[in-house]
Design a protein around this ligand. Structure first.
Ligand SMILES: [Zn+2]
Length: 76
């Protein structure tokens, strides 16, 4: 399940959003729609810089900040 990171231009806050389909999230703080999508490291980098799997040694499935089971890229 892809979690995307968004940045609200109005209140200048980053938030994560679990995206279904192509809906666009509102900012949880100000309910604003002026959000821009950031590339969350979770779920993207885990497939590897250089084609290798970087998952297993770096605490697999211990990421509480994203849904990726092999998140080694985010800071959570
Ligand atoms: Zn906002």
């Amino acid at each position: 399940m892809p979690i995307y990171e968004y940045h609200c231009k109005k209140c200048d806050q980053d938030f994560e959003y679990l995206l279904f389909g192509s809906e666009k999230p509102n900012c949880p703080s100000c309910k604003g729609k002026k959000v821009s999508k950031l590339m969350s490291p979770c779920g993207f980098i885990s497939k590897g810089s250089g084609g290798e799997t970087v998952s297993s040694s770096a605490g697999a499935s211990s990421c509480s900040g994203c849904a990726a089971s092999s998140c080694a890229g985010c800071s959570h």
